[in-house]
Design a protein around this ligand. Structure first.
Ligand code: ATP
Ligand code: MG
Length: 359
């Protein structure tokens, strides 16, 4: 289980800003499938990747590893998959320490599949089918089984019929799907994905989300890394908040997003759905209670309300881009405007439309 308080001194995050996770008690009921216990990782050049990171992943749940650039998300994923080995602390699978011998790592990587952020790092065969079949062939499976697994994996990522295509002719999103198919063909118990939504368009993101939901519903444990607090809150069962090489809060998504200090320490804002719900509830528009997980769900809740009394116009500040866009001018304004190269007064009035504050 995650013990966020235990490693405070190892992090550059101020101890005062690190909350205790209220959700660890709730998580304690779920047996951890994978666990990092006070894991340190110092890279060859002396940089610290992880600074006493502890977190636990419950089986069959959808986990989001949320944090800013450099927080240690990729480093955590690479430890879980055995690509990196802790320089301190330990990794546990089903309560047992990882075995880093050849047999131990082969077994681990069969169970725990990792999809890299950049598909170019993962794909190395010329043809789609060849790439997806690499893992299952390495497991020593017979040809019929391999063919069946490859077909099922390509189908699952919406690439049925792409088997004979050249990998280098595929789009970025298609390459990403091939990577996911390659891992799915191994039928892992745990699927790790490093920022899977990056570079995918909205429909592809929705399809991938549905695919991950389907896997989780079939008992696969899914962990993905993301910077996007709205996505993490909308999708994940559990959120693990990373900052400066440590997990500073961990637990059910709806609990973690209420930990304002931890969110701030991890450079995250509150999810938009939560903030909007709180504002609407404070004004009596919506009932108090659990916030919807997404802005879409919040909109649905609003649409379900009876029509309101005559609306008051909202005084919304203009977006920055519009504020600086030239406004239509009167002839008088045009005549009074200084020409290019003409000196302007000390107050800089020539720069600004009336009512605007000079920067
Ligand atoms: N191979 C490496 N050699 C040296 N330092 C590294 C290496 N890989 C990562 N680091 C350092 O470890 C820390 C954690 O990096 P990591 O890539 O895990 O962060 P991240 O949370 O995945 O960030 P991002 O959101 O930018 O992908 C960073 O300070 C990074 O500079
Ligand atoms: Mg990363």
């Amino acid at each position: 289980m995650n013990t966020p308080g235990a490693n405070r001194s190892a992090s550059s995050v101020p101890a005062s800003s690190v909350p205790t996770s209220s959700a660890s008690a709730a998580l304690a009921a779920v047996p951890a499938l994978l666990e990092l216990q006070a894991v340190e990782h110092v890279f060859a050049d002396g940089s610290a990747g992880l600074r006493g990171c502890s977190l636990a992943l419950g089986r069959g749940r959808r986990h989001a590893l949320l944090g800013p650039n450099g927080a240690g998300k990729t480093t955590v994923l690479q430890h879980l998959n055995g690509l990196l080995r802790p320089t301190g602390g330990r990794m546990l699978w089903n309560g047992r320490p990882y075995e880093y011998g050849r047999a131990g790592l082969t077994d681990l990587r069969r169970r725990v599949g990792l999809v890299f952020q950049n598909p170019e790092r993962q794909l190395f065969s010329a043809q789609v089918e060849e790439d997806v079949s690499f893992g299952p062939l390495n497991l020593g499976l017979d040809e019929t089984t391999v063919r069946a697994r490859v077909a099922a994996a390509l189908d699952a990522v919406g690439l049925a019929g792409f088997g004979a295509r050249a990998v280098h002719h595929l789009s970025f999103g298609q390459k990403k799907r091939v990577c996911i198919a390659g891992v799915l063909a191994m039928q892992p118990e745990v699927l790790l994905l490093d920022e899977p939504m990056a570079g995918l368009d909205a429909p592809m993101q929705r399809e991938l989300t549905a695919l991950l939901d389907g896997l989780a519903a079939r008992g696969v444990t899914v962990l993905l890394s993301t910077h996007d607090v709205d996505f993490a809150y909308a999708w994940a069962d559990d959120i693990h908040l990373m900052a400066a090489g440590r997990c500073i809060a961990s637990g059910a998504a709806h609990d973690v997003v209420l930990q304002a200090d931890a969110l701030q320490a991890a450079g995250q804002r509150q999810p938009a759905a939560l903030a909007l719900h709180a504002a609407l509830a404070a004004r009596g528009v919506l009932a108090d209670g659990p916030a919807p997980r997404s802005v879409d769900a919040l909109l649905e809740a609003l649409h379900a309300l009876p029509a309101a009394s005559p609306a008051q116009p909202l005084a919304c500040p203009e977006p920055a881009a519009q504020r600086h866009a030239p406004a239509p001018q009167t002839q008088e304004q045009t005549q009074n405007q200084p020409q290019q190269g003409q000196p302007q007064d000390r107050q800089g009035h020539a720069h600004h439309r009336s009512g605007e504050t000079p920067a």
